[in-house]
Design a protein around this ligand. Structure first.
Ligand SMILES: [Zn+2]
Length: 128
């Protein structure tokens, strides 16, 4: 077994800035993950695209519906939002909980357009 006291001593070396960078890194890893990509694939909406001559184009537009305003958006206009927010990461010993807050069940993820996502984030921040 590891010596707990030594670990506690080592934890003292981790600064707030280190924790913030770990938080940012984990969030970025999630954003680029296959797991998130698979979630998006389950949510894609194909919209028929017409050529200028009125013919149907071979490839449709791939769109995603914002769960709030119900409009369709392209991939660059949406965010994958955690319904229960990921929360802060202030304590290295809570990394496992934090990790699973990010890599959560699909039922805790939703598509929001960037405007609706901004509003939600603003609202959540105002609550605390
Ligand atoms: Zn929206």
């Amino acid at each position: 077994m590891n010596d707990v006291k030594t670990h506690c001593d080592l934890l003292d070396n981790i600064t707030r800035k280190d924790l913030q960078q770990i938080r940012t890194g984990l969030r970025q890893a999630f954003i680029r993950s296959n797991y998130k990509g698979e979630f998006l694939r389950t949510k894609r909406v194909e919209v028929i695209r017409y050529k200028t001559n009125g013919d149907t184009a071979k490839r449709p537009y791939i769109k995603y519906e914002c769960i709030k305003c119900l409009k369709l958006y392209s991939i660059t206009e949406i965010n994958v939002d955690h319904i229960d927010k990921v929360g802060a990461f202030n304590d290295v010993l809570s990394i496992k909980d934090f990790f699973f807050n990010i890599w959560c069940e699909y039922s805790n993820l939703q598509i929001l357009c960037k405007d609706c996502h901004k509003l939600k984030t603003k609202y959540e921040r105002s609550k605390f």
